[in-house]
Design a protein around this ligand. Structure first.
Ligand SMILES: [Zn+2]
Length: 503
């Protein structure tokens, strides 16, 4: 019997997109909540799981999967993922549960999954990316549904993963993830059964019927059926979907339970699972016990981690380019910052907008405080970059941003006196001398400048190139490994060339 039920649900989850749509805001369907609640009941019956076996904070691994279009566009801003994770940990702190990123962020380039994670072809891609020993959270551009309103996120018990719409990814919108993780840990809605068909006097009558539109027992005010009705918790008070459309955090409508008892003023607008939007701030003790029992049962998520959670004292100081500085090239730009104590890696982001809302490019850097971005910039444009220090137990450090302007060249020669030139060897090892060999039809004075890719001038040499051929030797022993710009500047023009220094 159970097997047949599972097959039916599998098919419905794959092909009935409308299931998510009925719920308006949360896309965790009634069918899925039946499974969720059944798991909760099993955990509750299993005293061993219900017992608190944890001491101290449990660190629970999360794998975020960031969907992007095939051209790399329409991906959530990674900094918002960190902000959301920090806010999430505040919501779960009083349960001694803290979440951390297991192996950085996973980027998935697939336009159709990004546009619709319920599409029939999506699960194959998502299963392929799924990590066994972590909570998998896929962040997508949109979760379409066929009714007005928008699905902001859902938990799928079939695949045991969460999906979030990227508009819900920020510290301010963390309620959505806190709520969907509640589903992950076996919590149904307090209004379970009224999902998508919220109580309305004209439709359902007052007092409310003993059974919800979905056929789930309606919870009564006197507590007589609370252990089995609705979400199965006695300390989440009766709520027949009253949060939907109610404009504030103080329900005082006239809805009555099947015995004729008023639900107000006992409605818990502040419950994370209740969907009074913008009002949520807590789980009840029974909900917390269910979360704890389910976490106890989910041994694949257990870790013995005790990560360094101390706060970063500073954001990384940006060295270059800063404050609108122009970079020597536009096709390759290097970024340099001061190390921050305790950081195990850094996240560097560049974008056209100071809010990083256009289409930020991102790189993770471990073991260094310098990174180059290639082929992401247009010439002669203003960009912004920022860098964040991170470590396993803390991604909550401050981040600052600064602007820079890209140069116009990838390498150029417009000094009319120069007939031929070679700059060699290239690549050069740091012990060798760089030979700048210039053949001219007229002597001229020039400056030889050496820049890094961030636009910082590292060397400046005054010289004269004579008529005929002149060879100027330049030591590079003080330059670390990387790419540099050799720039010969005279009153008649500039010659620039990239040189790579190796060890
Ligand atoms: Zn929900």
């Amino acid at each position: 019997m159970k097997k047949i039920l599972f097959v039916f649900l599998t098919i419905s989850a794959l092909f009935t997109i409308d299931v998510a749509a009925q719920n308006g805001f949360c896309g965790t369907s009634i069918e899925d909540q039946i499974i969720i609640k059944e798991r909760m009941m099993q955990n509750r019956a299993n005293a061993a799981l219900s017992a608190q076996v944890r001491t101290g904070v449990m660190w629970v691994p999360i794998q975020f999967h960031l969907l992007e279009d095939n051209d790399g566009g329409n991906r959530v801003d990674v900094m918002k993922v960190f902000d959301m994770l920090c806010a999430l940990n505040e919501d779960y702190l009083d349960q001694d549960i803290q979440f951390f990123m297991k192996d950085g962020l996973n980027f998935i380039q697939n336009s159709s999954v990004n546009a619709d994670p319920n599409h029939s072809t999506a699960p194959a891609i998502m299963v392929g990316a799924k990590v066994f020993s972590a909570i998998n959270i896929y962040i997508v551009k949109d979760i379409p549904n066929s009714t007005p309103g928008s699905t902001l996120g859902f938990y799928s018990p079939q695949f045991d993963w969460l999906v979030l719409k990227r508009s819900q990814v920020s510290a301010a919108a963390v309620e959505t993830l806190t709520h969907e993780l509640g589903h992950f840990f076996t919590l149904a809605h307090p209004f379970f059964g009224w999902d998508g068909q919220y109580w309305e006097e004209a439709i359902h009558g007052n007092p409310a019927p003993i059974s919800s539109p979905a056929g789930i027992l309606t919870e009564k005010m006197d507590g007589s059926n609370c252990e089995i009705a609705a979400d199965g918790f006695c300390d989440t008070k009766p709520n027949y979907g009253l949060g939907f459309g109610w404009p504030n955090c103080n329900y005082n409508g006239n809805c009555e339970d099947p015995n004729g008892e008023l639900l107000a003023p006992g409605v818990q607008e502040n419950n994370f699972m209740a969907y009074f939007i913008g009002c949520a701030s807590e789980f009840t003790p029974e909900q917390k016990a269910a979360i704890s029992a389910d976490l106890n049962a989910r041994t694949s998520l257990h870790t013995t981690l005790d990560p360094d959670i101390t706060a970063f004292t500073d954001s990384p100081t940006q060295n270059s380019p800063i404050n609108g500085e122009e970079t020597p090239l536009y096709n390759v730009v290097g970024f340099d910052w001061e190390p921050v104590g305790g950081a195990t890696s850094y996240v560097v982001e560049v974008d056209r907008t100071p809010t990083f809302s256009f289409n930020p490019s991102v790189k993770f850097v471990s073991g260094g405080t310098y990174i180059e971005f290639e082929d992401v910039f247009d010439p002669n444009k203003t960009y912004y970059w920022r860098v964040k220090a991170i470590k396993e137990g803390n991604v909550c450090g401050e981040v600052l941003s600064t602007s820079f302007k890209t140069g116009t060249v990838t390498g150029t020669q417009d000094i009319k006196e120069i007939l031929n030139h070679t700059i060699s060897p290239n690549p050069i090892t740091s012990g060798e001398l760089l030979n700048i060999n210039i053949e001219t039809n007229e002597a001229f004075d020039a400056l030889i400048n050496v820049y890094n890719l961030s636009g910082q001038k590292l060397k400046e040499v005054n010289t004269t190139f004579n008529l005929g051929t002149t060879n100027h030797e330049l030591s590079v022993s003080d330059l670390s490994e990387g790419m540099y710009i050799i720039s010969i500047e005279s009153e008649n023009g500039v010659l620039t060339e990239k040189v790579v220094v190796t060890r």
